[in-house]
Design a protein. Structure first.
Length: 318
């Protein structure tokens, strides 16, 4: 029971801390005159992935690579199958093809890059440099292309910044939001890892499975909140773009930073099963978006069904 309570409190703190950090960062960016485009592309993108960032770095430093890697791979699977499936089931999502074509392809490319680098059985510091260089190249490319011409993607990333409400207005409140958000993220990470590892040991489940499922869903709650709100407001491009951007940051940025701090061995089940589910989910989403330029309710139901099947296999067969 103690482990379960610790896990639940940790998830709550991570969610609230991520929200506070995002709002403080967006407000700070606006006060400094940063464009809505860059704010949505970088600040919101990194902000919604802040729980994954803190948890994976913490796990890597603690020599718990299965949770560090499993958190990212599991989050990317959950982002597509669970969160976008839920959003599409709530409201069919029509999307602009030009707004998502680049990011959808980059998600698939980032997944393939991860699989290629992990083929050796571990992510080392040189692999981390490659991942971070790929993220830098993506950000430069995205910003230049969207700034140079009025792509729908530029409107999408600008809208991501505008999607947030109740952001702090004064400098004092901005600093407070950043400090409190960071403190809650760090505290939530400690509690989440304590509870997750304790549950894994008590239930005889591997840390990789816990990282791929419970930890991954817990750290993905900020993405879920932003995407569901956007879907309810009929801002489909923001919902889908938020998930694609988060998956790119997760693979290239968070794994890159974590592997640079501490080399990460790849669990056998991740290399044999989960990384292929991650790649398959990205490919199916890209197929859905390219064929009908929308996610219908039945496609959302198919994604949710895929996530249920994945969880079932994770806890029974794999």
């Amino acid at each position: 029971m103690l482990y379960g309570i610790s896990l639940a409190v940790g998830i709550v703190l991570l969610t609230l801390g991520g929200e506070a950090l995002i709002r403080g960062a967006v407000a700070g960016a606006k006060r400094m005159g940063v464009s809505p485009l860059l704010t949505g592309l970088v600040v919101v993108g990194f902000g919604t992935s802040s729980p994954e960032l803190v948890v994976s770095i913490d796990a890597a430093i603690r020599q718990q690579p299965d949770i560090a890697v499993g958190n990212i791979v599991g989050s990317n699977i959950g982002n597509i199958l669970l969160i976008l499936g839920l959003c599409a089931a709530i409201c069919p999502m029509s999307v602009q093809p030009l707004a998502l074509r680049r990011d959808g392809v980059v998600v698939v490319g980032a997944s393939l890059l991860f699989i290629a680098l992990a083929w050796s059985g571990a992510l080392g510091r040189w692999d981390a440099v490659i991942l971070l260089a790929a993220l830098t190249a993506y950000l430069i490319w995205a910003y230049r292309t969207e700034r140079a011409q009025p792509l729908p993607a530029a409107e999408m990333h600008s809208a991501e910044a505008d999607e947030l409400t109740a952001i702090p207005s004064s400098t004092t409140m901005i600093v407070m939001a950043l400090i409190v958000g960071l403190a809650m993220l760090i505290g939530g990470s400690q509690l989440l890892l304590y509870g997750a590892i304790g549950l894994a040991q008590a239930m005889g489940i591997s840390e990789a499975v816990i990282g791929l499922t419970i930890v991954a869903v817990g750290t993905s709650l900020p993405e879920m909140a932003v995407s569901v709100i956007a879907a309810l407001r009929r801002h489909a491009d923001v919902a889908v773009g938020n998930i694609l951007g988060s998956n790119i940051f997760n693979l290239l940025g968070i794994l890159g930073i974590s592997a640079f701090l501490q080399p990460l061995p790849i669990a056998e089940r991740v290399s044999q099963f989960d990384q292929w589910v991650m790649l398959g989910a990205a490919g199916v989403l890209l197929l859905f978006l390219y064929t009908g330029m929308r996610l219908s309710r039945w496609e959302g139901a198919a994604l949710l069904g895929g996530y249920v099947a994945y969880l079932t296999l994770s806890f029974t067969i794999v």
